[in-house]
Design a protein around this ligand. Structure first.
Ligand code: SF4
Length: 231
């Protein structure tokens, strides 16, 4: 089976198993989504969704957020971890939005990436989920699945993103990245997963990878290329 054929079959299965995936982080507008994505680093979406109602009640927009006292902001977000650095990033981003863009979030990937504390993945999530423009945010889960399913043999998330964008129709990128995340959450939670019983790994994973998974486990996650066919 070629990579393109595998990609088509993966899409078909994900459409069946994960139809209409919801946007995981609660928000009312692009600014609130940007803040929620910053908060989600090394934190679950569920926890972020517990924190943001109180945070956005105090500071619903960039102008109010920029004026929020740093200690108040830290207190409001402390349960999602890394509060000092996340508070700094949120304040600096809010300030920049007020100064440069009248408090609005720019609808442009490059301009978003210029914001303090906003990397390529965060900018891609905002572009895709707040504005509905095509983007393919790749996190470690998507990186891992792309390797397991022989869709990409790349080592970096940037290269995996390029491979996936080439393989899947542009119109499907936004929904597909969520479908892969939800599929991973539903199926990849067990410590000793069973590729033979998996609706996708059972046919998409190479034999070499399946054997390596049994012996090396998560050590494979960042080195999928040695066990992934290029075709
Ligand atoms: S076999 Fe393992 S890696 Fe593949 S989808 Fe199932 S749980 Fe995830």
């Amino acid at each position: 089976m070629t990579r393109a054929e595998r990609a088509a079959r993966v899409l078909e299965i994900l459409d069946r198993l994960m139809p209409s995936p919801a946007i995981p982080l609660d928000h009312a507008d692009p600014f609130q989504l940007l803040v929620a994505v910053i908060l989600s680093a090394q934190c679950t979406d569920a926890r972020v969704n517990l924190i943001t109602p109180a945070l956005f009640a105090r500071a619903p927009d960039a102008a109010t957020m920029a004026k929020l006292h740093p200690m108040t902001l830290r207190m409001l977000i402390k349960t999602c971890g890394l509060a000092p650095s996340k508070a700094r990033a949120i304040r600096r981003t809010a300030n920049t939005l007020v100064k440069r863009y009248g408090g609005q979030v720019p609808r442009d990937l490059t301009l978003l990436e210029e914001l303090p504390g906003v990397g390529h993945k965060t900018a891609s999530v905002v572009v895709a989920q707040a504005f509905g423009d095509p983007a393919f945010p790749v996190d470690t889960h998507i990186h891992r699945l792309a390797g397991r399913w022989q869709l990409s043999r790349a080592r970096t998330v940037e290269e995996v993103e390029a491979d996936l964008k080439e393989l899947f129709p542009r119109a499907r990128w936004n929904e597909l990245h969520l479908q892969m995340i939800y599929f991973g959450r539903a199926h990849c939670t067990a410590k000793f997963h069973d590729p033979a019983a998996c609706p996708i790994c059972s046919w998409a994973m190479s034999k070499a990878r399946a054997v390596a998974e049994q012996t090396l486990g998560s050590k494979l996650d960042l080195a999928p290329d040695r066990h992934t066919s290029r075709t």
